[in-house]
Unconditional design. Structure first.
Ligand code: PEP
Ligand code: MN
Length: 357
């Protein structure tokens, strides 16, 4: 037998995860840590919202698990540790994670709509757009004040001063907002006012940014890089989860393919696979993927049919005046029509629009 063959059989990842849901106290989980330590199988505690996860190395830890006495709480679940993104695996939380974005809940089975302009531009634009999307049933606002633009000559966003307009829009409509963060140094300052963060496609693998946003504990929309795989996106989400923040939503926003007819190609396979593989809610952005208003409705309906929990939609009261991505924003009447047809589609699938009556 060659040493090489021997080695390949040894390198397997057979570790076990003990999952303790919120009914198990931290003191009970600590007793498990001490038990494993004294059995020669040290571990560490990972937090997943109010749950705790303990990896147990095989084969050494298996005996310790089998020998657990009645003083140790029974794990809610035992799951094999597989892959590079195991905290996000569906098996750890089969019912799925619900994200609380202000008063809105995403991931509870309903279809949530987050809508607003690509970029926050001025008070009139932000207020009018926010009131419009609120009137038609959006549960949260979007709007970038830091815009990662391909050209450095393009409008880069209003920066911190633009936050005032989002705060004012929230006050008027009662809707929470998400906004993009591009710099780890900005996270603390933004966290004082935002309801949720957005990490853009271009920053999906900015690991320092992921860790900083994870530490904020706030909800985050993590957009898939347009050159990144389904698994790489799950691994990026794992950086957020590793900080103990389970308020993470994955967003499919189109990938770059050979197809030039749309801005990007919406990958609905990612939606279906993520729904199977991870407990995190899944969002679809039909605006940035299609890049054209007339594609937003068909892509939205398809996303809901594929299982998306929420949609992230660009809306502008005057798209021709927009400083960013006006050529993909829905006009007011288009957004109103979309919401009506989304409600019908959701009902046909046994779901309903979030916040709808
Ligand atoms: C956006 O949503 O404003 C945006 C910049 O999208 P993406 O990061 O998906 O390109
Ligand atoms: Mn945009």
């Amino acid at each position: 037998m060659t040493p090489f063959r021997e080695k390949t059989t040894v390198v397997t990842d057979q570790d076990l995860l003990l999952v303790f849901d919120e009914t198990v106290t931290r003191a009970g989980v600590d007793r498990w840590v001490r038990h494993l330590e004294s059995a020669g199988s040290p571990t560490r505690i990972y937090r997943l919202g109010a749950s705790h996860v303990l990896p147990v190395s095989e084969p050494d830890g298996a005996d310790a698990v089998a020998a657990a006495g009645p003083d140790l709480p029974v794990p809610t679940r035992r799951v094999p540790r597989e892959g590079q993104a195991w905290l996000g695996r569906r098996e750890l939380r089969p019912a799925g994670t619900e994200v609380s974005l202000g008063p809105a809940t995403i991931g509870d089975g309903s279809v949530a709509v987050i809508a607003g302009p690509c970029a926050v531009e001025d008070p009139e634009q932000m207020t009018a757009t926010a009131e419009l999307v609120a009137a038609h049933g959006a549960v949260a606002l979007r709007g970038g004040v830091f815009k990662p633009r391909t050209s450095p000559h393009a409008f880069q966003g209003l920066g911190f001063s633009g936050l005032e307009l989002l705060i004012e829009a929230r006050k008027r409509t009662g809707l929470p907002f998400v906004t993009e963060v591009v710099d780890p140094e900005h996270v603390k300052r933004l966290a004082e006012v935002v309801d949720g963060f957005q990490i853009g496609a271009r920053n999906m693998q900015n690991f320092a940014l992921l860790s900083a946003v994870g530490q904020s504990g706030l909800p985050v929309v993590l957009k898939r890089g347009f050159g990144c795989t389904i698994e790489e996106t799950l691994a990026a989400g794992e950086y957020l989860l590793l900080e103990g923040n389970d308020q993470v939503m994955l967003c499919e926003r189109g990938i770059r393919t050979f197809e030039p007819s749309a801005r990007f190609t919406l990958d609905l396979t990612a939606v279906a696979l993520w729904k199977q593989r991870t407990h995190l809610p899944v969002i679809v952005d039909p605006s940035h993927s299609g890049g054209r208003p007339e594609l937003v409705e068909p892509l939205s309906l398809a996303a809901v049919a594929a299982g998306a929990d929420a949609l992230l939609i660009d809306v502008h009261v005057q798209p021709e005046q927009a400083l960013c991505d006006g050529n993909q924003a829905l006009r007011p009447e288009q957004f109103a029509g979309l919401m009506t047809r989304l409600a019908g589609a959701a009902a046909g699938l046994g779901r309903s629009l979030s916040g709808g009556n």
